[in-house]
Design a protein around this ligand. Sequence first.
Ligand SMILES: Cc1ncc(COP(=O)(O)O)c(C=O)c1O
Length: 340
Amino acid sequence: MNEKLSFQPSVAPPLRLGAFPTPLDDAPRLAVALGVAALHVKREDLSGPALGGNKIRKLEVLLADARAQGCDAVLTTAGLQSNFCRALAGTAAKLGMRCALLLRGAAPGRAEGNLFLDGLFGADIRFLDVKDPWDPRARAALDALAAELTAAGHRPYTIHLPGASAGLGVAAWVNGAAELDTQFTAQGIDPDRLILACGSSLTLAGLALGLKRAGRRCRVSGISVQQPASRLVPWIVEAAARARPLLTDGPTLEAGDFDVVDGFVGAAYGAPSPEAVAAVRLAGTCEGLVLDPVYTGKAMAGLASCLRDGRFDAGERIVFLHSGGTPGLFANLDAFGGSQ
Ligand SMILES: Cc1ncc(COP(=O)(O)O)c(C=O)c1O
């Protein structure tokens, strides 16, 4: 766990669930293939339990809060192949907590990837026919599920990332930025840009705020895999502001401090794009990295495209956040044409 904790003493200290610090690896062959001066990969996919990813850091904070409130059950809502739900189900199992998941979409005939793992980790899985994470019906259905758990004698803790839980999720990644800052110094790296996939964008909000607090000039550029930048930018500023009361003093995050890049969602959120599939192949071939075609693959496709068209300069030193999502690869093998 990071030594440079940014939390106010009033916030429960994060649980130790993950294998932190995660490595920051040089990726020289991928740098050459992309045509960029230097590339490092922050291996958050190796963060530990339940196959890791960028959710483990958030869960160390959220589940600490749940336990501090005396809760013995957790519940949330997300898409069918949610990495967050899988990580929540796995970490809840590890802590002996009950986990209920309200998955947005119709129940598929066969459980693959993350959905398979949700079941393996013993989660109580329900399905809800809503797509937008900000849809008020998702909130109402979560409340009903919480009431059901209470009636069954549990003390439930509801996680709503695009809502009440946003501040804690951002704060977790402010600590992630402190970990990166320490690694940059130790490894003699002074990057120009940090690239990551943006869904709820809490990871971006925490990293951008944390690197600003650390005085780093490293520009944080998110590649959106779900929402348009016009919706995300004000939300990221708001989410970072919600984290401020949880943190020790420091600067606030402003819209000019980071970028969100549109154009790489493809046909839909959660659907592999041809560019993402090509990027997954490239990272695998060059570095033995396992990206996925709906989050990290789209982020890598965005990085490649921005370098090709000059939006990002070829002379930059770049850090790519490998935010995990590996199980999603195995739910999307058809996109790879069923062959190597
Ligand atoms: C593998 C992976 N990468 C990136 C993200 C985006 O993280 P955030 O929701 O904090 O923007 C997610 C979110 O679901 C994810 O599962």
